[in-house]
Design a protein around this ligand. Structure first.
Ligand SMILES: Cc1cc2nc3c(=O)[nH]c(=O)nc-3n(C[C@H](O)[C@H](O)[C@H](O)COP(=O)(O)O)c2cc1C
Length: 373
């Protein structure tokens, strides 16, 4: 396999207090290696290996905020409590010693169960309207107090991220979890100020989270928000069918304080909308950047065949050229590219890209989920 000049991937990136040595981001990936929510030395070493091998920005696995039902697996790390935060201190110190940059992905799973376990939190599962997906009840609808505390919990986690020395943070607003359940009309039937017929109204919860996070971290600390059209409950759902609706959805969130939109799609090369005025080829991150002016991260099947949900179902993947990515980045369609499975599987992946050592790229199989390489 050959691939084109990758120089664009290795250009530095600067935004507010964040300075990255290159444009490659380790995508957030839940690993469930943190018993009782505490990330140990093995987790710190796993992230440090990525920093030692040139990853520009590491986004942590989803790490949960301080709400009783924010997690759906006992080995998902917490981002609250003295012992868990001490574990995260070790993580960020190791990454910094290796010259890396990192942000935690802060998360509340809403009413989504984890397919790997029957474990459920001791508290009631919570979501905007007590639904997992349209017409499928799970857990309870959040009260005003629950919502206020969830917003405050995101802000407390953000303050902790900054205090520990992280370089940025990502709020998980994608893939059908709590924040996305507020966005999605199918799971948000509220008639108060957190619900409504329009995506702009249903974005109110996210806006409130972002505003409180912004207050917690101050004006100069970069905030990333991850969003997706697709839901794990239904890959075909689209929150914004048109660019105008995408503006209604995302512009208020940028206004509320987001610096970087992390636009999750399963295949980065897929156009976001059918042909519109010569912009037909733009992907989700391309459109989000064009419509909001925010910096964006793209993601989805870089360097590997297949896609993430197929990998969860056991499909193996082989290394693939990413020339199409280089072309898009050369055009300035988006600013940064996140890579999931390829970096999960191989801590040296970015060094290999830099060295043009494509012969050394590895394929991916489900066995990788069980290892912290
Ligand atoms: C094991 C695994 C765990 C994941 N966990 C998360 C997560 O915690 N938060 C999140 O936003 N995305 C998560 N994802 C999605 C990835 O961030 C990424 O969007 C997806 O894997 C597509 O990128 P890829 O094709 O390069 O793997 C996960 C993916 C994998 C493979």
């Amino acid at each position: 396999m050959t691939f084109s000049d990758t120089a664009i991937l290795f250009e530095p990136f600067h935004l507010k207090t964040l300075s990255l040595r290159n444009r490659i981001v380790m995508a957030p990936m839940t690993r469930t290696f943190a018993p009782e929510g505490i990330p140990g030395r093995n987790v710190a070493d796993y992230y440090r290996r990525r920093a030692e091998n040139d990853v520009g920005l590491i986004l942590s696995e989803g790490t949960v905020i301080d709400r009783p039902a924010a997690s759906n697996h006992p080995a998902i790390p917490h981002f609250h409590g003295e012992t868990a935060l001490a574990g995260w201190q070790r993580v960020i110190d190791g990454v910094h010693q290796a010259g890396g940059r990192m942000g935690p992905q802060i998360w509340h799973v809403g009413s989504v169960a984890n397919s790997m376990t029957d474990w459920v939190p001791a508290a009631e599962i919570e979501s905007p309207s007590g639904l997992l997906s349209p017409g499928e009840p799970r857990g309870i609808a959040m009260t005003d107090e629950d919502i206020a505390d969830a917003i405050d919990s995101f802000a407390r986690a953000a303050a902790a991220a900054k205090a520990l020395g992280f370089d940025t943070l990502e709020i998980h607003g994608a893939h059908g979890y709590l924040i996305d359940q507020f966005f999605w009309a199918g799971t948000n039937e509220r008639s108060d100020r957190f619900g409504g017929a329009t995506i702009r109204e249903r974005a109110h919860f996210a806006s409130e989270v972002i505003k409180s996070v912004r207050v917690a971290v101050g004006p100069d600390f970069p905030i990333i928000l991850r969003v997706s059209q697709w839901k794990q409950q239904d890959y075909t759902v689209r929150l914004a069918e048109t660019p105008a609706l995408m503006t209604d959805w995302l512009a208020p969130l940028v206004e509320a304080g987001v610096d970087i939109l992390h636009c999750s799609q399963r295949r980065f090369w897929e156009p976001e909308f059918p042909a519109i005025d010569g912009e037909s080829g733009l992907n989700f991150a391309g459109w989000a950047k064009k419509l909001t002016g925010a910096a964006t991260i793209s993601v989805g099947s870089v360097g590997l065949s297949g896609e993430v949900m197929g990998a969860f179902a056991g499909e193996a993947s082989t290394p693939q050229s990413f020339d199409a990515l280089i072309e898009r980045m050369d055009r300035g369609e988006f600013d940064l590219i996140a890579v999931g499975r390829a970096i999960l599987n191989d801590p040296e992946w970015v060094s290999k890209v830099r060295g043009n050592n494509s012969a050394a790229f590895k394929g991916f199989s489900a066995a990788a989920f069980g290892e912290l390489y």
